[in-house]
Design a protein around this ligand. Structure first.
Ligand code: HEM
Length: 686
């Protein structure tokens, strides 16, 4: 009898516990749902919004772009329960400007009152006041005293009501009090990398990637002064030219002669790796060699990047526990960091030794890599080894993957768009013509020299090795094509920020202190509001003004290099380097993606290609006819004749292109039609 009672009691207790647990779960579920005002996805029981993300992980950036478009550019993601994997995700350019820049023009621009400038400081109360018919003599505050101002207020209010999803009143109150300066400025300081970011990006130490506040300001100022040194710029220019000529072109030549399939992404990664190492520590790890060696430190960098991505996909407690036990990806991370540290510290030691023996004058003439420049600053005594290690590590990562990734996507787009490729070649050729003219003027007879060589590589060598940084500055169309590629495929597709204090974004979304925010740079590059209806098309022309100059797009819209005070410091240099590389490679070779090769983004923090970019390499046919002075003269005479002949033919005949005939351009320097132009000829009646 007692036993029966015990079983009954147990059953009742379990039933009660189950009811209580399900009640608490429902309560929590309900609470989560009510707190999530702008969900991006359906919030599942316990799993949160994770299931659809896992389902679409293979196309995660496109998936985020699609859902952000559906939700008006901003929304909340809630991870599984109690994992703290909650984010506000946005691709709204005004939100991005609000967070990244010391911005002032948030509202004015939407009202069409401000011009579209970069990085803050273009909001002008003056413009606002003038637009309502009163010129502004002072002031940051805005009182509703006159009729015109009340009209302006009304416009603001209308816009705010249209735009704001939540907290309308609060935002409107901000505007009503209109202490504009206070509300809209200095947001940059409110959105930091934060301690969670530093935890995940632990191998970066206290470098510029993870630093905030004063530490970041100090490193940024230091980096800025080092990177703008003419010595370093000249060193980078020479290093890239030499590396292209002595490693890259011979390796491509070798692969072309053997008819080998080459993974262009791998080649570019190796190139940028050697290049950034040379720039940073003055040593060439020779990753880009004919036998494609496995270089331990290169592998270690790849592993550490993979591990950082892994830390983004699991709750903090899980990877921390794994790290404590030293198992799985965390074990690999520890080993990789050890390899990298040994490598960097050995350089620091040998550099300190070398520099210790140098006199002041010799120090000034020492090779101009970044580490030497840093260590010779104030006699090099200011920074300890840990500081130099973090500095070097951050710089190596910042300059390595991003350029290789940008170039891989760019080359793939060029292969897919032969007309753009042909235009780039045409521009390079025109640039050579400019060289030719310059040489003619000096009386060097360079033109003749070229025609004796009959070989492009020789031509490149004679005309100043490969094109240098100064020369590629002239290539406007190539610049436009690169920007267009970076818009569609930003090497860093996501940026992470953490709010320090509560705030309201221009989109009206409320941000609490410590809210994690993801800025989707990838989605921003494909945003119709910024780029128009044809935002998914690869159109370099959108970057070129009627005057033939590059259109200046605000960096909080063209976001690949980040915006505001944390804008990429390597932007200008990396664009020039990429132009040098593209000019050298595409001038000499054409590339064909291997049949059946699938191009898709990898699951990593940077936007690389999952399967690489497998191509066959072919030598480009040389077209000389344009370059000779004689042919130029012939061409001038010919031009007049051509019009006469064309007019005579068209007067007599009309032409109809054969049905199904495909008109595609050739892969040669001159834009011809690959399949010719097949047409039926009819006599004109008149
Ligand atoms: C296509 C090439 C590149 C792209 C798309 C790119 C993009 C970016 C982005 C998005 C950031 C912001 C990162 C963050 O705050 O989390 C950044 C920062 C930075 N980049 Fe680049 N980068 C490129 C190449 C380079 C190169 C070659 C160098 C150096 C030689 C470089 C040096 C830096 C530095 C020093 C920062 C830190 C700025 C700061 O936090 O104050 N970048 N870059």
């Amino acid at each position: 009898m007692n036993k029966h009672f015990l079983v009954f009691d147990m059953a009742m207790f379990l039933l009660f516990a189950a009811i209580l647990a399900s009640f608490l779960c429902s309560l929590y579920f309900f609470h989560r749902r009510t707190r999530c005002i702008n969900p991006l996805l359906r919030d599942y029981f316990i799993l949160g919004m994770l299931p659809p993300v896992l389902f679409n992980l293979w196309r995660i950036h496109d998936f985020i772009t699609e859902i952000l478009k559906l939700r008006g550019g901003t929304g909340e993601f809630k991870g599984p329960w109690f994992t703290k994997m909650n984010y506000l995700i946005t691709c709204d350019s005004l939100n991005v400007q609000h967070m990244l820049c010391k911005t002032k023009n948030l509202f004015g621009e939407r009202l069409g009152l401000c011009s579209n400038e970069d990085g803050g400081c273009c909001y002008s109360e003056e413009v606002l006041f003038q637009s309502v018919g009163r010129s502004c003599s002072n002031s940051n505050t805005f009182h509703c005293s006159s009729h015109e101002e009340r009209i302006a207020h009304k416009t603001w209010r209308l816009w705010v009501l249209q735009r704001t999803v939540v907290h309308r009143n609060e935002l409107f109150c901000h505007l009503c009090s209109l202490n504009v300066q206070h509300t809209l400025c200095k947001n940059f300081d409110n959105y930091v990398k934060g301690h969670d970011f530093r935890d995940i990006f632990e191998p970066f130490g206290d470098g510029f990637v993870t630093a905030d506040y004063e530490t970041w300001k100090y490193i940024r100022t230091l980096l800025h002064s080092l990177m703008k040194q003419p010595r370093l710029k000249a060193f980078v220019d020479q290093t890239v030219q030499k590396k292209i000529l002595t490693s890259l072109l011979p390796i491509l030549d070798h692969a072309q002669q053997l008819g080998r399939v080459v993974d262009l992404q791998d080649v570019l990664l190796r190139f940028t790796f050697d290049n950034i190492f040379l720039t940073t520590v003055g040593h060439d790890p020779k990753c880009l060699s004919i036998d494609f060696p496995v270089v331990a430190v290169g592998k270690a960098f790849r592993v550490s990047e993979k591990s950082i991505f892994y830390r983004h996909t699991v709750p903090k407690t899980v990877w921390k526990f794994q790290r404590w036990l030293q198992i799985g990806q965390e074990k690999k991370m520890t080993e990789a960091c050890r390899t990298i540290d040994e490598f960097i510290y050995s350089f620091i030691e040998s550099k300190r030794e070398e520099l210790g023996k140098c006199t002041e004058d010799e120090m000034n003439e020492a090779p101009s890599d970044l580490l030497t420049a840093l260590m010779t600053e104030h006699g090099g005594r200011e920074h300890d080894d840990k500081f130099v290690r973090d500095f070097a590590f951050n710089f190596l990562v910042a300059g390595r993957g991003s350029m290789a990734s940008a170039l891989t996507w760019f080359f793939w787009l060029l292969i897919k768009h032969p007309i753009v490729e042909a235009k780039i070649l045409e521009e390079i050729r025109d640039n050579f013509k400019a060289n030719e003219k310059k040489n003619d003027d000096c009386g060097h007879g360079f033109d003749e020299e070229y025609h004796n060589l009959h070989d492009q590589e020789q031509y490149l060598k004679v005309s100043g090795k490969v094109l240098g940084m100064e020369e590629v500055k002239k290539l406007v169309y190539l610049h436009a094509a690169l920007c267009e590629s970076l818009r569609l495929f930003p090497p860093l597709p996501i940026q992470r920020k953490q709010a320090v204090k509560a705030d309201t974004l221009p989109s009206g979304h409320r941000v609490n202190a410590n809210t994690m925010i993801m800025l989707s740079f990838y989605a921003m590059g494909r945003c119709e509001e910024i780029w128009g209806k044809d935002c998914l098309e690869f159109k370099p022309e959108r970057w070129i003004s009627e005057k033939g100059e590059i259109v200046n797009v605000a960096s909080y819209k063209f976001i690949a290099f980040n915006a505001g005070p944390r804008t990429c410091l390597g932007k200008e240099s990396s664009l020039l380097q990429m132009k040098m590389l593209t000019a050298a490679m595409f001038w000499k070779y054409r590339f064909q993606v291997v049949e059946g090769h699938v191009v898709s983004p990898s699951r990593s923090f940077g936007l690389s290609m999952k399967n690489g970019l497998k191509v066959r390499i072919m030598k480009r046919e040389l077209c000389q006819s344009y370059n000779s002075r004689k042919s130029k003269q012939r061409k001038k005479k010919g031009d007049k004749n051509i019009y006469k002949v064309a007019a005579a033919i068209l007067r007599k005949y009309c032409f109809k292109v054969v049905e199904g005939h495909v008109a595609t351009p050739t892969h040669s320097i001159v834009l011809l039609m690959k399949n010719g132009l097949k047409a039926r000829i009819m006599k004109r009646d008149v």
